[in-house]
Structure formats: structure tokens, C-alpha cells
Design a protein around this ligand. Sequence first.
Ligand SMILES: C[S@@+](CC[C@H](N)C(=O)[O-])C[C@H]1O[C@@H](n2cnc3c(N)ncnc32)[C@H](O)[C@@H]1O
Length: 196
Amino acid sequence: MGRTVAQTMHYAGAGWLIRNKRDREEGTLRMREALELKPGMVVCDLGSGNGYHSLPMAKEVAPEGKVLAVDIQPEMLEMLKERAAAQAVTNVECIVGEVHDPHLPEGSCDLILLVDVYHEFSHPEVMLKAIRKALKPDGKVVLVEFRAEDLSVPIKPEHKMSKAQIMKELEANGFALKRSFDELPWQHMMWFGKSE
Ligand SMILES: C[S@@+](CC[C@H](N)C(=O)[O-])C[C@H]1O[C@@H](n2cnc3c(N)ncnc32)[C@H](O)[C@@H]1O
């Protein structure tokens, strides 16, 4: 791949994910608006952490839709469950994944969102294969990654990705770029569908 895989963000640092200024810094509301979620959708928040995005997405797809929140750290999912209970959100299913398997049902997802996690995958190829399998035929996977090309983005280099690197890895694993949103302050946002 020609890049260093970043270390997994430890659950002890989960407070950073729900910091007050996150929307101001990352444009998280705009990011979620750009997803154009609809009631009834099945959305996976892969590498959900403590659910910063899972919970508002669950509200958007309710009542029939749901969010599958997958993380390899059960502690993150426990925090997510507590936050869901406090907000009376009942349509989030938590799934403890493994580094090589998100344990998602085949053909189940309209959308799989990966915010700030793809660069942490220790087994990116097998994860992409599993993601492809978990998508519905027209399903999309959306990558949100800190821009490596932009030195003003205050994130460590191994936690950033360039557009070229994302394209190289996704195209090599059966995905085609469908859309990109270039208005976020710090991140690339890129939609991929299954290539023929
Ligand atoms: C930097 S956090 C981002 C959390 C969340 N996406 C957000 O934006 O608030 C990355 C999360 O991805 C999880 N993670 C890393 N590798 C994973 C994998 N192979 N499958 C599922 N989760 C993974 C980590 O445990 C961590 O909770």
C-alpha cells in the first residue's frame, strides 16, 4: 500500500470524539447532511467509536430504519449504548467486530460509513471484501478521511490519507468512485459503489 497503518485509537481517548468543538472543526453536521439519509435505511457506522455519528443517524433513519454500529473495542460500544439510552435511541444494533471481519450480514446495508477509521484497518483488503459483501447491490461505502495533502490539517500524518491513496486502495478492491464532497474543513468525503 505504501503507507503506515495507524494505531487504533484507544477507548480511553473517546472523550475527544464527542468534544464540543468537533462540529466547528470537522463540519460534522454538513457531512451528515451530505449523506442524504432517509427513513427506513439500514446504515452501518463501521468503526463507530462511542457513537458520535451513530446516534444522530439512527434518529434520521427511524422508525423503520436502523444503524449497525460496529467496533472492535467493546468498551466503545458500551459507551455508545449508554449514550443511546440517555437519548432514548432504540434503533442502533451494536456489533463487536474483529480486525478482519465486521460481522455484518450479507447484502444488508444501504450505506456503510467509515469516519476516520479506514487508515486504522490492520487488514484493509479483507475488510473491503467484507464491506463489499455486506452492501446491497446499489449500496455505497463512504470514506471520511483527514486530508494528507493539506499540511494545515492538525492531525498526525499516519492518521491522514490522500485522495490518490484512497482511490488506489478502493479501486484495487472492487470499488468505483461515485461522488465526492470537497467542502469539509479537514476531510475528504468520498462515496464508492461496487465496480462491475
Ligand atoms: C478514530 S475512532 C473514530 C470513531 C468514529 N467513527 C467517529 O468518527 O467518532 C476509530 C474507531 O475505529 C475502530 N476500529 C479500528 N479498526 C477497526 C476495525 N477493523 N473494525 C471496526 N472498528 C475498527 C476503533 O476501535 C475506534 O473506535
